[in-house]
Design a protein around this ligand. Structure first.
Ligand code: HEC
Length: 153
């Protein structure tokens, strides 16, 4: 119990320190959260992409799982980790372009785009390989559409 309390106060302390810091900050928990979100996209999209390209055999259950995960992840509300003031011009360890915060409506529209494409993939991924392949272009396109404008190379 005591160690739990200690752990909790340590967490509060480190969040407080970050909030107070100005100028360049690093190890921002919001940056880590959104990059982790992206890693989950990448992992699940990779499974579908490998099947679409014939690098691994099509497996309906595995494909459906990956597509369902993408649909779930992309429907999350990401507002809390695209925090104003955490673009690459002020924060270390991020590739997020300041343009995100100048065009938040468009950025959110691109999030809606991936949610829609993921739902479309989830509707067919477990059917057969051809249907999965058919949904792949739209889905992959939503990643690059956002990265092109809002992620540094
Ligand atoms: C709405 C915009 C948007 C969409 C859609 C999007 N990304 Fe990203 N992605 C970003 C931004 C911005 C970053 C940079 C985040 C940072 O460094 O803080 C990023 C970073 C990443 C990273 C690097 C993560 C890390 O650990 O640094 C990967 C991998 C990635 N995205 C994969 C994907 C995949 C795969 C998809 C599609 C299934 C996707 N993204 C869709 C905006 C998006």
């Amino acid at each position: 119990m005591k160690s739990l309390t200690l752990l909790a106060s340590a967490a509060v302390l480190s969040i407080g320190t970050l909030a107070l810091a100005d100028g360049h900050t690093d190890a921002n928990p919001a940056v880590k959260a959104r990059q982790s979100h992206m890693q989950l996209y990448s992992f699940n999209l990779g499974i579908l992409g490998s099947m679409a390209q014939g690098k691994v055999d099509y497996d309906a259950a595995v494909a459906q799982n990956a597509a369902d995960n993408l649909a779930a992840i992309s429907s999350m509300d990401e507002t809390n980790y695209w925090v104003e003031g955490t673009a690459l011009d002020t924060t270390d360890g991020t590739k997020a372009q300041p343009a995100i915060w100048e065009n938040m409506d468009d950025f959110l529209a691109k999030q809606d785009g991936i949610a829609e494409a993921s739902a479309a993939m989830a509707a067919v991924a477990g059917t057969d390989l051809a249907s999965l392949q058919g949904a792949m272009g739209d889905l992959g396109g939503t990643c690059s559409a956002c990265h092109r404008e809002y992620r540094a190379r």
